[in-house]
Design a protein around this ligand. Structure first.
Ligand SMILES: C[S@@+](CC[C@H](N)C(=O)[O-])C[C@H]1O[C@@H](n2cnc3c(N)ncnc32)[C@H](O)[C@@H]1O
Length: 232
């Protein structure tokens, strides 16, 4: 008999070699454009603006954004994901950068070797994680921030589930994904992500496109750094 998956595992178990082979067409091609109303080009623009040559990607999926936006130059790239299939699939796609690979659950504290990063990508991951957005985004950023250089940028996007206009087809799909545990975003609001970013970064930005909030935060706040170091 198959063991029941935990809520955290249900957020990443759906990404198998098979589903990853259609991820770009189904999620990035169809859902983003027709359902979430956030064309993938918007996410590419976010990546192009913030990705650096010393980059950590958390929640790698198919590796599409890395392949499309990393520069041709010398790059240090680290991939972090709870799902081995995603890590292998994405790593194969950006093989030329010889990425570091870390299989970790970002809801738990993580241990990464080596120096910090100038950019961290967190794209379409938060809506896959169980819990309320303020708590889960806070935890994830607390786990990633120690690996971000002081002036570095953390950026990404997540699909919101409340307090925005949600077209009917998006509502139907979201309900289905939430029932299956692929998404846990029914109560995820813009206010929650703003609260998390504003308490941790000196500068931050959010922009809503369809059902998606695109965000970035730059420069860790002094109080936040002291809290991370256990001084407050
Ligand atoms: C919807 S995909 C997004 C992939 C990619 N960032 C993109 O935008 O195309 C979500 C990714 O987050 C990963 N993920 C989900 N829950 C996770 C967790 N608790 N810890 C680490 N990675 C997780 C999944 O395995 C998957 O690679």
């Amino acid at each position: 008999m198959k063991a029941e998956l935990t809520d955290v595992e249900r957020g990443y178990a759906v990404y198998t070699r098979r589903s990853l082979s259609i991820y770009d067409r189904f999620v990035l091609g169809f859902l983003n454009q027709a359902v979430w109303k956030c064309p993938t080009e918007e996410l590419l623009t976010l990546y192009r603006a913030h990705i650096s040559t010393n980059h950590l990607e958390a929640g790698v999926g198919s590796g599409f954004f890395l392949e499309k936006t990393l520069p041709e130059s010398e790059v240090r790239l680290a991939l972090l994901d709870a799902n081995r299939d995603c890590l292998e699939y994405a790593a194969a796609r950006v093989e030329k950068f010889r990425p570091e690979i870390h299989q970790e659950n970002i809801l738990e504290s993580i241990e990464l070797p080596g120096a910090g990063f100038d950019s961290i990508g967190l794209n379409y991951v938060l809506h896959c994680l169980p819990g309320n957005l303020e708590t889960k985004a806070g935890l994830v950023i607390d786990h990633l921030a120690p690996y971000l250089h002081e002036k570095g940028t953390l950026f990404g996007s997540t699909i919101l589930g409340t307090e925005i206009q949600i077209p009917w087809l998006a509502r139907v799909m979201m309900k289905r994904f939430n029932t299956k545990g692929i998404f846990s975003n029914e109560n995820d609001s813009l206010g929650a992500i703003m609260e998390v970013l504003s308490s941790r970064f000196k500068t931050f930005n959010v922009e809503v496109q369809g059902c998606v909030v695109l965000f970035w935060g730059k420069g860790l706040r002094d109080g936040f750094q002291r809290r991370l170091k256990g001084l407050e």
